[in-house]
Design a protein around this ligand. Structure first.
Ligand SMILES: CC(C)(COP(=O)(O)OP(=O)(O)OC[C@H]1O[C@@H](n2cnc3c(N)ncnc32)[C@H](O)[C@@H]1OP(=O)(O)O)[C@@H](O)C(=O)NCCC(=O)NCCS
Length: 188
């Protein structure tokens, strides 16, 4: 069960110069550099400074030697549903478990605040699947989710894949958001 995994998860053995914490306004320029650097390569969506400041409480950052080397946000969509967004780890810091730890940190927070399903729209579903998410048909995500997508220049052909996870034993098959139901995971 996810909550058990979260509580008993592997110790990353982060050294003293690395830690994960809630983002602060001073982190925003570093977060934007990180996110938009990958966005320029088509790996994720660009984020404006105002968007990051306005949503700063959604975000966690990985700090190494006082620099932002990773970030991810948990954005609440509805009473039981949240989106994990803008997951990015600097190329120099990849492969050290920071992406996985950011996902786990967001899921922990989701559980703490009563969210039972977390989804992401991603080009790297394998990373999420390794962390317990399942691939689902994007069209089956609740209507509420599309509020941001419709403003995206890539809409509706962005190619992003929807992944979702139930928290604390919750099923992914039902959601109250927008009265739509998340259907069966896609078997691949
Ligand atoms: C995707 C990303 C966040 C991964 O960060 P990371 O810190 O290197 O990931 P981790 O070291 O925690 O890896 C966790 C696991 O995912 C796997 N993984 C990492 N990146 C992957 C990828 N692109 N595709 C498939 N699996 C991947 C790792 O092999 C590892 O597997 P393991 O647990 O079996 O060893 C990072 O590569 C990145 O920022 N990429 C560019 C932006 C992006 O694509 N973000 C995702 C948008 S939703």
């Amino acid at each position: 069960m996810l909550s058990d995994n979260l509580k008993n998860g592997d110790d990353l053995g982060l050294d003293a110069s690395v830690h994960i914490r809630k983002a602060r306004t001073m982190d925003v320029p570093g977060m934007q550099r990180l996110i938009n650097g990958f966005a320029d390569k088509g790996a994720m969506l660009h984020r404006s400074l105002s968007e990051l400041y306005e949503n700063i409480r959604d975000f966690f950052v990985v700090i190494e030697d006082d620099c932002v080397v990773g970030c991810a946000g948990l954005h609440v969509s509805w009473k039981d549903l949240a989106e994990l967004k803008s997951l990015a780890v600097d190329e120099s810091a990849q492969g050290r478990g920071f992406g996985k730890e950011l996902i786990r940190t967001c899921l922990n927070e989701a559980e703490e605040i009563g969210i039972t399903r977390v989804f992401a729209l991603t080009y790297v579903p394998a990373l999420f699947e390794k962390n317990g998410f399942e691939v689902v048909d994007k069209a089956m995500l609740p209507r509420k989710v599309w509020t941001e997508c419709v403003y995206c220049p890539k809409f509706p052909d962005c190619g992003e894949i929807a992944v979702i996870i139930g928290i604390g034993g919750a099923s992914i098959h039902e959601s109250s958001a927008g009265n739509q139901i998340v259907l069966e995971p896609i078997r691949r």
